[in-house]
Design a protein around this ligand. Structure first.
Ligand code: UD1
Ligand code: CA
Length: 478
């Protein structure tokens, strides 16, 4: 299509959302509603895109520009109807020829392919107007497609203006329309607001085309869900579920195993390689990338993460983390931004990491906090270790070399460095650098005060146990 203008309507208030956020900015599957529509629009490779903004345009306008920098923004100060909005858009478009496709900003399930087929059919049929229509169980609230005895489209009648018989019509206008631009410009001059809502209805262009003796047609979409809009939060949740179902189904068709689609949530920009397995209760969000043979879940949330080939991530919450091939994470791990785990490495149970890199084959298996640290390849961190990165004012780094072995219950007081092949004893508080190959011991030697319990805690169960043990020992000694 060499001269295609797409107009996206996004000036309405969306009051039924009862939100300080404009309706079309509400997220669904990781993108705003209008973000989804703009993606679909790009698939038809339009010559130009004009977005009509009005309500909260100081939020909506920049958002649209971010999603589609080439979009022209047209401002509709007062929302006097879709016909009025399109008139403003056509003034901003700077063209009166070619094809004009009009879409609303609140239909997030709309697919680019459907728009493309619709626009191509419109051009091939050389119509003045084409309507993307659908047959729905409950047509309430939609514009109805009125056809004559030959089955030709005569008009679109809005809910409030429809007769009782017309309200029975199940074929509705999706609100997506295609026009011959020259006809559209002439129709916009003639559309009036003489109707139940006192608005300029774009849909009146259909009746005008018929009066002009021009061709009008409707393309009935099979997949009518694609044209559904969300007007309130109940519909938003329903559409969210439907969109998720579509995304999950698509990945299964691409070779991903999803054990329980109903409890698996995958956002639109996530990428998953074949033979990955997603277990129940998993959310893959943002720009997460899961490589082949990885197993994610159950009960795991990953946002903007990359998970390596064959890695295993169990009951984990992670954001902006990179997990190496065949590495293992969880159960019950919390990976904060900047966490990196090398090939075959391990972040185990009840471990929190942040802004830290854990080398190939390195392990932090149990009950630890790793913040602002670098841990070399093959190193093992003992259970219950804290990387004390914060001195109350600033954050500092800890660097641990290759193949080190640190004892349980250590505290690394940053900034501090532990050399390659070094070790630390259990309970060590590491405040000074440990040279390569050295063993650091900071705890004082243990003293045992014999008989302490019986003399200081007489009459307690503890003293009783101590006494029994002593008497048994004395018997054995005899
Ligand atoms: C519209 C159609 C109806 C169709 C339905 C599909 C008209 C008159 N009616 O009805 O035939 O079945 O969509 O969902 O077109 N907007 C503006 N400026 C305005 C008015 C609306 O930008 O002055 C935008 C809205 O933000 C929205 C879109 O146009 O994105 C549709 O407007 P809305 O009020 O939701 O129309 P409906 O009553 O749903
Ligand atoms: Ca609507």
């Amino acid at each position: 299509m060499d001269n295609l203008t797409v107009i996206v309507l996004a000036a309405g208030g969306g009051t039924r959302m009862k939100s300080k956020t404009m309706k079309v900015l509400h997220p669904i599957a990781g993108r705003s509603m209008i973000g989804h529509v703009l993606r679909a629009v790009q698939a038809v490779e339009p010559t130009r895109v004009v977005a009509v903004v009005g309500h909260q345009r100081e939020q909506v306008g920049p958002h649209i520009t971010e999603q589609l920098p080439s979009a022209v923004l047209a401002v509709q100060e007062q929302q006097q109807g879709t016909g009025h909005a399109v008139r403003i858009a056509m003034e901003a478009a700077g063209t009166t020829t070619g094809t004009v496709l009009v879409a609303a900003g609140d239909t997030p399930l709309l697919e680019g392919e459907s728009l493309r087929v619709f626009a191509e059919e419109h051009e091939a049929a050389q119509r003045a107007v084409s309507i993307l229509s659908g047959r729905v169980a409950d047509p309430f609230g939609y514009g109805r497609i009125v056809r004559n005895h030959e089955g030709d489209v005569e008009a679109i009648v809005e809910e409030k203006d429809a007769t009782p018989e017309q309200r029975e019509i199940a074929e509705i206008s999706s609100g997506i329309l295609a026009f011959d631009a020259e006809f559209l410009v002439s129709a916009l001059e003639r559309i009036t607001n003489d109707n139940a809502k006192g608005e300029y209805y774009l849909t009146d262009a259909v009746g005008l085309a018929r009066e002009d003796g021009l061709t009008v047609g409707a393309h009935v979409i099979d997949d009518v869900e694609q044209t559904e809009g969300a007007n309130d939060r109940v519909q938003l949740a329903e559409l969210g579920r439907k969109l998720n179902q579509r995304i999950v189904t698509r990945w299964m068709r691409e070779g991903v195993t999803v054990m329980d689609p109903a409890t698996t949530w995958i956002e639109a920009d996530v990428v998953i390689e074949p033979d990955a397995t997603i277990l129940p209760g998993t959310q893959l969000l943002g720009a997460t990338l899961v490589h082949e043979d990885a197993v994610i879940g159950p009960d795991t949330t990953l946002k903007d993460c990359e998970i390596g080939v064959g890695a295993r991530v169990v009951r984990t919450h992670a954001e902006l983390a990179v997990i190496g091939d065949r590495a293992s994470v969880g159960p019950f791990a919390y990976l904060r931004p900047g966490s990196r785990l090398g090939v075959g490495g391990k972040i185990g149970t009840f471990v929190e990491t942040k802004n830290s890199s854990i080398g190939d084959g390195a392990k932090v298996p149990h009950l630890s906090y790793v913040g602002d640290a670098e841990i070399g390849e093959g190193t093992n961190i003992g259970a219950g270790t804290i990387f004390a990165n914060y001195d109350g004012i600033a954050k500092h780094r800890t660097v641990i070399g290759r193949h080190a072995r640190t004892g349980s219950n250590n505290t690394f007081v940053a900034p501090v460095e532990v050399g390659d092949g070094a070790g630390t004893a259990g309970g060590t508080t590491v405040r000074r650098n440990v040279p390569a190959g050295a063993l650091a011991v900071s705890s004082s030697p243990q003293r045992n005060l014999e008989g302490w319990t019986e003399s200081r805690r007489p009459g307690t169960a503890q003293a009783e146990a101590a006494r029994t043990a002593r008497e048994q020992q004395e018997k054995t000694d005899q």
